[in-house]
Each structure stands twice: as C-alpha cells, then as structure tokens.
Design a binder for this molecule. Structure first.
Ligand code: MTE
Length: 331
C-alpha cells in the first residue's frame, strides 16, 4: 500500500496561503511599516519643533536680562528668615518661562516679546495726597532705600490656579509709604505701569483692555509689613518678563494685584479703578485675597506649582493669615 508520509517541510495540504492573499498581506504589512515610520518621523519633527519653540533655559533667561547690572547690594540683601515656602523653591527658568504680562502677550511665553522693552533708564514718581512727593530713578531708589533691602521667600498664587515659590529682593512698601508721608485724607494707593506701544506689542494687539495696567491697595494694606517693591529675585535684578525694573509683590492676594514695571504710585482719597476690576468686575474684585472657598469662577481649592508637577491645597490668604487676617475682621 502506498502511504504518503508528510515530510517536515512539505506544505500542509490545502492550508497553504493562496498567492493573491499572500501578496496583498505583504503590501498591507509594507504599508503599515511605512505608515508607522511616517508617524514616528512626524512625532520626532514635532518634538524638535516644540523644543525650539519652547526655548532653552539659557535663552529664556537671556531674553529677559537687563543690560545694566544692578549694584551688588541686591545679591547681599539679607534673607528674612521669618518666611519659608514650606514647599520646594521654583527653579528660576520655570518661573521665567511661564509669566503673565499682558503688555507683551496674553499668552504665557512673554519672554519671547520683551526684546524691545527698555526698563533703564526708568523714573518712578510718587505723588498724590502726600507731603513728600518723589521722583526717583532706580539707582536713586536703591540709594535712598537700599538699607531696607531684604530677600523674602514668598509663595505666589495666580487666580488661574498656578503658583510659584520665589525669593524676591525688595524694599518693604511700608518704608516708601512712610517716607512719602501720606495726608490724612489718603485712604488708598494706586500703582500704574508704563504705556509704550513701540516697546510692548500687547497695547496695539489688544486695544480693548483698559491700558495702562493699574492696581491698588488700601492704605492699611500698603503699610502692612508684607508687600514688597521688588527690584530683584533669585539674587539678581528682575528679568524683563517678571516686571523689571520694579514691581509690587503682595503674597496674600491673587497674582494680578502684583503689578509689574511700576512708573507711578499715587495716594488717593478713594478706591481707584484697576485694570482687571475694570475689565471684568465680577471676576476680579478690588480686594482679591486668596480664598480657596470662593470660585473665580473656576474652583480655587488647589494649585499647581510651576516646575514641580505637584498640586498643593490652596490656603486662605495664601498661608499669610497670621500677618494680614486682622485687616479684614469685623465685616
Ligand atoms: N503687571 C502688569 N503690568 N501686567 C500684567 O499683565 N499680570 C499679573 C501680575 N502683574 C500683569 C502684571 C498677573 S495676572 C500675575 S499672575 C503676575 O503678574 C505674574 O507674575 P510673574 O509673571 O512674574 O510670575
């Protein structure tokens, strides 16, 4: 009897792939290979374009550096040991890359647009209802108030729910207010920044905003020990995107109260109009203390700290209640 024994490499009878199917499967595999190659190539191209657009840390810092170096006294300002973040410090490039400065852009990467901005020379005028009005350039400001320079590690909380931990160097605002000697009728302080459309593209790009940027505090808030007229951070002069050459830092209020690049400070007998309170009064009340229980209009319970990848619980007055809560009692 003839017995067919299948040798190991013989095709299995009737189960071999028909040639047509075999070839079309091959084309499919080739197409799939080509497709995933293209996807990988465009992902890589996208990644490198994003890296270029994002900028290196060195580029972000260099873009904002002001030509004239500030006196060494900034680097030597003593640290006020009463203040600690209670969280890791924000790496400087993370803070410098992600900033709010609408005069330059309504997007965060304002460092790309500050090239034409000239924060030197710079006059700061202090006037309104006070006995000792002043007009000082930044060197005169440092000369006059330099003995009060201090470094403070403050938490900063933006109403957009991002936050940062930054070592500011500045003069306590209360010292400047005291020197200006406000009249008894003065109840509020108004701060105003610059209007220079040739140096900052935001003025003409977004003309509907109530330029120039203005902010305000009550006189009691302005004479509290916490607010700083900051001229530096991380041991050196402020970068342009952070508000060179001089800005306000009010750590218990949402970040928009901390007005940058200040040119005028005036003592007034009434509450002043402010940039954000004029643009959207229900979202940005004059007082604007950090409060996790009041939505604005989005929830404010937690905050993302720049450069940390971590969310933290937001605290009433941003954690500075022991210094400021008495200002708001009995209401
Ligand atoms: N000051 C001016 N002149 N223009 C601005 O757009 N933005 C405010 C505040 N000061 C702003 C400003 C807002 S919304 C915040 S959160 C802080 O600056 C941000 O400070 P930073 O960008 O240095 O982190």
């Amino acid at each position: 009897m003839w017995i067919h024994r299948r040798r190991p490499l013989d095709p299995v009878g009737g189960k071999e792939t028909p040639e047509k199917v075999f070839l079309s499967r091959r084309r499919l595999l080739q197409a799939a290979g080509l497709g995933s190659g293209l996807i990988a190539a465009s992902a890589a191209a996208g990644y490198f374009a994003w890296r270029r657009w994002r900028g290196s840390d060195a580029a972000v810092m260099a873009a904002g550096r002001v030509d004239e170096s500030m006196p060494a006294m900034l680097a030597q300002a003593p640290r006020d040991k009463r203040f600690r973040y209670g969280r890791p410090e924000t790496p400087e490039p993370a803070a410098a890359r992600y900033t709010n400065f609408y005069e330059f852009s309504v997007f965060k990467w304002t460092w790309k647009y500050v090239g034409s901005f000239r924060p030197r020379p710079w006059q700061l005028t202090i006037g309104g209802l006070c006995r000792q009005p002043m007009r000082l350039d930044i060197d005169e400001l440092l000369h006059r108030f330099g003995r009060h320079l201090i470094e403070r590690q403050y938490r900063h909380r933006c109403v957009e729910t991002w936050a940062m931990c930054v070592p500011w160097i500045g003069i306590p605002l209360a010292e400047v207010v005291r020197a200006a000697d406000p009249l008894p009728q003065a109840t509020h302080v108004r701060f105003q920044t610059f209007y220079r459309p040739k140096q900052a593209p935001g003025f003409l790009k977004w003309p509907d905003f109530p330029w120039p940027y203005t902010e305000g505090l009550t006189l009691a808030e302005a004479t509290n020990p916490l607010p700083l007229l900051a001229v530096g951070m991380y041991g050196h002069a402020l970068l342009k995107q952070h508000g060179a050459p001089v800005r306000l830092v009010v750590p218990w209020k949402y970040g928009y109260k901390s007005i940058k690049s200040i040119q005028r400070i005036d003592f007034l007998p009434h509450q002043p109009a402010t940039f954000w309170n004029t643009a959207a009064p229900s979202m940005y009340p004059f007082e604007s203390n950090v409060d996790p229980n009041v939505p604005r209009p989005w929830p404010q319970h937690t905050e993302h700290v720049l450069g940390s990848g971590t969310r933290y619980a937001t605290e009433l007055y941003n954690g500075y209640g022991q210094y400021v809560s008495h200002l708001y009692r009995k209401r």
